[in-house]
Each structure stands twice: as C-alpha cells, then as structure tokens.
Design a protein. Structure first.
Length: 141
C-alpha cells in the first residue's frame, strides 16, 4: 500500500458530504463518519480519506496540478461515479468518461474526471486486466 490517508479541505462540509457519499456509493464504498473535529472520514481497507475545514482556520483551496484518483470496480462504476458527482455538486473536468491508455502505467483504463464542490480535481479509474491486453496479440491500446 502506498497511502495511509489523504485529506482535502472544504469550506462546505454538507456539500462535500452530498458529493462524496454519492460518488463513493457509486463505486461501492460506505458513507462518511464524522470525527470529533467535524471532518468527514471515509474508511476502506485500512485507508482513510478525510474531507473537512482546514485545521488552521483559513479558507480551503484546491491544488493546481493535483489529482486524487479512486479505484472503481468496473467501467460501469466509473460512469456511475461520474454521473453521481455531476448530480451532487461536482463539475465536468476533462470531458466524459473514456477508455484510454494510462500515462502512468501503460495499461488501458476507463477514467472519469470531476472537480468536487470545493474545486479539487478527482478521478475514478478501472484498470483493464493485464491478460486482456495480452490477448490482443501483444498489442497495447
């Protein structure tokens, strides 16, 4: 495992809850718990994803060039995640869900991008199994 936790800031915890509860439900993850500081805590397999007001009391802002990627269990789940996000305060980012070759892994993947209500750039992705690529005569997409 590469990550222990990820934290994003928001100025609207209720809007973040609507967005993340809906998008995470679309890829099979449970709704948030709220911690003692009022932050949203999503747990999965020992990983933590936390959304809340910045601890320093300043306004939350999004990172330029930053993207958080979430694993989806299927291409249909990628599309469902995208629809759920748009219906719950997210905005279109980098077009509609698409199948393409990952720059990072070289493998084919279904990907969708959104900005959450606070402007953070997110991605849901399903990586095509390696054996599917091998079955196409060794040619990658």
């Amino acid at each position: 495992m590469m990550f222990r936790h990820m934290v994003l800031g928001t100025n609207d915890v209720d809007g973040a809850r609507a967005f993340y509860d809906a998008t995470f439900a679309a890829i099979g993850l449970p709704a948030a718990e709220t911690d003692a500081g009022g932050r949203l805590v999503y747990r999965h397999g020992g990983d933590l994803f936390i959304v809340g007001r910045p601890i320093d009391g300043r306004p939350a802002t999004h990172a330029n060039g930053g993207t958080l990627g979430f694993s989806a269990p299927s291409p249909d789940a990628v599309r469902a995640w995208h629809r759920a996000g748009l219906a719950n305060g997210g905005t279109l980012c980098e077009g509609e869900p698409v199948r393409r070759v990952s720059r990072a892994t070289g493998r084919a993947a279904w990907v969708a991008y959104l900005r959450d209500p606070a402007g953070n750039k997110l991605c849901a992705a399903w990586d095509e199994p390696e054996e599917a690529r091998d079955m196409r005569s060794g040619n990658s997409l």
